[in-house]
Ligand binder design. Structure first.
Ligand code: PXP
Length: 245
């Protein structure tokens, strides 16, 4: 199972002083050494952390899967077609949110999303939609022509006890539904060293996309170690459940 490491929060720290440190590219290189299978960055409309220069420089230097998270806007579609990341994950974006809050409203925004998917795919970019664990959104994602969905694990991560159990079942069912419909399935948001195991053990999941917990641990133990620790947890949980890698 792939581990895509989101490096946005290295850039968040840099932007705290609007300077040059810490350099996201250095973090990405250390993530590669730690065993990351991909690097993710979210270019937001307000450029609050990652900026256009980061995308350009990462595109030129990172040779594992580069996943660009972005809103399905004209500006972002143009930037993606120019930089050609290996993968684009379309996400909803609100200016006032601290982080991506919910999944895409694929049915509500169907025409805009399907058109964005088409333009990504015509540029040869594998395209995933970040959605809530909901069967109708999965079906709509298939209809929109997406290559993959990323199931939002935020509610699973943020809840406890019986509520968490319910959220876990929702994620597990969504993974099964997506696989049955023949679309690839990723998962992410809010995953950390304590809660990742059950998600990594779900059969058929292609990759997990994780940022905040890894960068938080990296502050104390370094990026390479933080990524290696996460990769080991994912590999062990995934193997125990019979997944191939
Ligand atoms: N997946 C998507 C689509 C996201 O927007 C984010 C946050 O940028 C993540 C995964 C990673 O979430 P976290 O930082 O909570 O690990």
């Amino acid at each position: 199972m792939k581990l895509g490491v989101n490096i946005d929060h290295i850039a968040t720290l840099r932007q705290a002083r609007r300077g040059v440190d810490p350099e996201p590219l250095a973090g990405a290189a250390l993530a590669v050494l730690g065993g990351a299978d991909g690097i993710t960055l979210h270019l937001r409309e307000d450029r609050r952390h990652i900026n256009d220069r980061d995308l350009s420089i990462l595109r030129q230097t990172i040779h594992i899967e580069l996943n660009l998270e972005m809103a399905a806007t004209e500006e972002m579609i143009r930037i993606a077609r120019k930089n050609r990341p290996d993968m684009v994950t379309l996400v909803p974006e609100k200016r006032e949110e601290l982080t991506t809050e919910g999944g895409l409203d694929v049915r509500g925004g169907f025409d805009q999303i399907a058109s964005a998917v088409k333009r990504m795919k015509s540029a040869g970019i594998f395209t995933s939609l970040f959605i809530n664990p909901d069967a109708d959104d999965i079906k709509a994602s298939v209809d929109a022509g997406a290559d993959a969905v990323e199931i939002h694990t935020g509610r699973y991560a943020d809840t406890r006890g019986r509520e968490r159990e319910r959220e876990f079942r929702r994620v597990a069912t969504a993974v099964e539904t997506a696989l049955a419909l023949g679309i690839e399935v990723n998962a992410g948001h809010g995953l950390n060293y304590d809660n990742v195991g059950r998600i990594a053990a779900l059969p058929g999941v292609r990759g997990l996309y994780i940022g905040h917990s890894i960068v938080s641990r990296a502050v104390f133990v370094g990026m390479e170690t933080a990524v290696r620790d996460m990769k080991r947890l994912i590999t062990e949980a995934s193997r125990d459940s019979g997944n191939r890698d």
